[in-house]
Design a protein around this ligand. Structure first.
Ligand code: ADP
Ligand code: MG
Length: 269
């Protein structure tokens, strides 16, 4: 395989954790919105058949003529796949339940792990000039998640501040190691972000302590608080940054975006 990585192309981040309900979709949408607010052009790829990031960004199922399934498997022009959203600077390739069959259909495909990698590096991508591509992964370490890790420069791991949170991490880290050894040696861990954090709760503080002790610098200084405005925003088809721009949740995602911009040596606006 030729090295098609483009140093000046978009930074591709897979938002992954095989546990459901830990904040992958919420982080994808709101980090995307925060990066866009800071002047970056962001593409969100919904790689979960549940299509939650598509809904959360205001793209109804009727509007999903083409989806990530087509990006992976069909030859559909990028101009048809990439939708603009109500959030300026945030674009989306949506998902529908179609995608759940992709996992099975792909097994026979020789290039099955590289479909997203190749799709995101097609020449037509350049003209969109994205700064970041955020891939919202399904709650599983299946072929879709592997596609995201093969395509990505890094993995961002949301970790719910709850008991057992760290247990699932070792399996995730094993998968990352496997992908490094086989398809994507340069895959990095962007960081681990604690989500749904409740400072009044001993358990949250304990999970944070354990995470920082075990993972050190990999854990972002920013923690995302449990905040009802964050959970309400998707039913208004908006990132929390638009739904309640002064909320604690919005502030936390802005701070996470700043950390990521710093890590990637681009100055936060
Ligand atoms: P995943 O994509 O990992 O399955 P989600 O992002 O969908 O997880 O989050 C699971 C649920 O938790 C959703 O109902 C979401 O609204 C809620 N949630 C996520 N982050 C927060 C937060 N910081 N505060 C309150 N609720 C949250
Ligand atoms: Mg999700």
């Amino acid at each position: 395989m030729s090295d098609l990585s483009r140093p000046f192309g978009p930074k591709i981040i897979a938002v992954a954790n095989q546990k459901g309900g830990v904040g992958k979709t919420t982080t994808t949408i709101n980090l995307g919105a925060a990066l866009a607010e800071k002047g970056r052009k962001v593409l969100v790829i919904d790689l979960d058949p549940q299509g939650n990031s598509s809904t959360g960004l205001g793209i109804d199922p009727e509007q999903r003529d083409y989806t990530t399934y087509d990006l992976l498997i069909e030859d559909v022009p990028l101009g048809e796949l990439i939708l603009s959203t109500e959030t300026p600077g945030v674009f989306l390739i949506p998902a529908t339940v179609d995608l759940s069959s992709a996992d099975i259909e792909l097994v026979a495909n020789e290039k099955r792990s590289f479909l997203l990698h190749d799709a995101l590096r097609q020449v037509g991508m350049d003209r969109f000039d994205f700064d970041f591509i955020l891939v919202d992964c399904p709650p599983s370490l299946n072929l879709l998640t592997v596609n995201a890790m093969v395509a990505a420069h890094s993995v961002l791991v949301p970790l719910q501040s709850e008991f057992f949170a760290l247990e699932g991490l070792s399996q995730l880290m094993l998968t990352i190691r496997e992908v490094r050894q086989t398809a994507n040696p340069d895959l990095r861990i962007e960081g681990v972000v604690l989500t749904m954090y409740d400072a009044r709760n001993n358990l949250s503080r304990q999970v944070e302590e354990d995470a920082r002790e075990n993972l050190g610098d990999l854990v972002f200084a920013t923690v995302i608080p449990r905040n009802v405005r964050v959970s309400e925003a998707p039913s208004f088809s908006q990132p929390v940054l638009a739904y309640d721009t002064l909320s604690k949740g919005a502030a936390a995602y802005r701070s996470l975006a700043d950390e990521i911009l710093q890590k990637n040596n681009t100055i936060a606006a």
